[in-house]
Design a binder for this molecule. Sequence first.
Ligand code: ATP
Ligand code: MG
Length: 271
Amino acid sequence: MANHHDRWRVPEGERPKLSDIDTRSTAGAPGDKAETRAATGPLVDELAELQNRLWAEHRRSVLLVLQAMDAGGKDGTIRKVFTGVNPQGVRASSFKGPSTEELEHDFLWRIHQQVPGHGEIGVFNRSHYEDVLIVRVDELVPEDVWRPRYGTIRHFERSLVDAGTTVVKVFLHISKDEQKERFQSRLDEPEKRWKFSAADLTVRAKWDAYADAYADAIGETSTEAAPWYVVPADRKWYRDWAVLQILLGHLRDLDPQYPAEEAGLADLVIE
Ligand code: ATP
Ligand code: MG
């Protein structure tokens, strides 16, 4: 493996067989839960350091796209992975059902407004991929509208990459059983109940249709320039560690540099 995050990477042109990927896998982890959590702390610190350099350099940006089935852990991942990062340098955007105004524009209109600027790490909690997922499963538009979007998305992401944005897409892969457990605990714990909606069950009933839509979307849009990663996510400690590995792999490659300082500063003493 050229880079250890290649373990989760979906090669260009390959449709992932999601049912063959063990959602409970801990492959490559430094140890059991406690050991992996212990190894995650230094990664959080390293992310903070690299983000600081990315901000100082102010020439490039990173976009992390997070997609998952309901209760897949997008919120928890964002909380854990970015816990050490200066809030000035990260921007999280979540995409719900589009507003009337958004529906009056092309599907990328609202997305493009949220992409990270120089020095920023942008995090998408859901994304333009909803427009080939829920939109397809619920037949919100006909197939001759959603299918060409794969190509539109490839071009869009390519244009972000050409403008200096590293695009990293992660599918947090949980099992249907794990979703059941998480839904049940949302119902059982009053302080989590607000996260549950009866509509989640309607979506759960369409699990297989979503799994198909995800496999197609990932297969159609995982490119060299903007790869997809499928992360086994039933175990939260493994998920957090893996997402950090992926993000850090890209940031280490970027190797952002502090800008050149003005001449003579090292000898300057303030009177
Ligand atoms: P959680 O995962 O914690 O429940 P959430 O991201 O599901 O949070 P919700 O408000 O429950 O937040 O759901 C947002 C809903 O908006 C999802 O059902 C999603 O599929 C839907 N949505 C997002 N983008 C689009 C879109 N372009 N068209 C239609 N629906 C969309
Ligand atoms: Mg929801």
